[in-house]
Design a protein around this ligand. Sequence first.
Ligand SMILES: C[S@@+](CC[C@H](N)C(=O)[O-])C[C@H]1O[C@@H](n2cnc3c(N)ncnc32)[C@H](O)[C@@H]1O
Length: 235
Amino acid sequence: MAKHAQKRLIRKLDLERFLSTVQVNPEPKINLEQYTISENIAASMLYIAAYTNNDIVGKCILDLGCGTGRLGLGAAFLGAKTVLGVDIDKAALKVAVVNSQNADLTVNADWVNGDISIINGCFDTVLQNPPFGVQTRTADRAFLIKALVSGKMVYSLHNHPDVDKRLISMLKSSGTGLFAVQPSAFLKRFIERHGGVVKEVYAMLMTIPKMFDFHTKVSHDFVIDLYIIESNLIK
Ligand SMILES: C[S@@+](CC[C@H](N)C(=O)[O-])C[C@H]1O[C@@H](n2cnc3c(N)ncnc32)[C@H](O)[C@@H]1O
């Protein structure tokens, strides 16, 4: 339980404030696509999971590819029962541990260094912002397969299938910052083949600052899709 057990509804602004205190990866690695999720995307994802679908408060959460722990710690802040974060990168995980200590939450949070394949067990909810497969094609697929055997509900971020300038400008001017969209035909089929059902997909605008030398602009806007998936493999 969190020090202040979060039975009451937390304001989204307070969640974003908390998430902004979670330090990002100081030395992101290109091959692992280590960009940290922005506060507003993380807050929207966690808010839908917690307050629209009741998949966070009092639940056991797995944060796959946790990086510096933003999603898992956000879940802990909202009142998750337990949080387990796993990441292959030692340096990112070290930051997650420090972030976890600084967050001053008494939720049972554990941080494991290793490949996602080392995780065994059943969780209520999996949160993941996997590598999109830009550097290593299909990197997100292994995450989806692992998530579906590990958790009843999966909240997974994926690159929107095409660059849709109209959608970007609609998202910029919308109050909520998200729109319900159709799943990509490929991902829907892939998820179904691996025991999941796509419940909803929300497009959201993600802005990342210039992080790597090959980035040509100071910041980059792109659309990211949040897939909400139910696993049929977990009863
Ligand atoms: C896009 S980053 C997201 C980090 C964090 N979850 C966030 O949203 O801020 C993807 C993370 O997955 C980790 N990762 C990549 N491949 C992995 C693997 N096979 N096993 C475990 N972690 C992996 C990377 O080190 C990186 O921290």
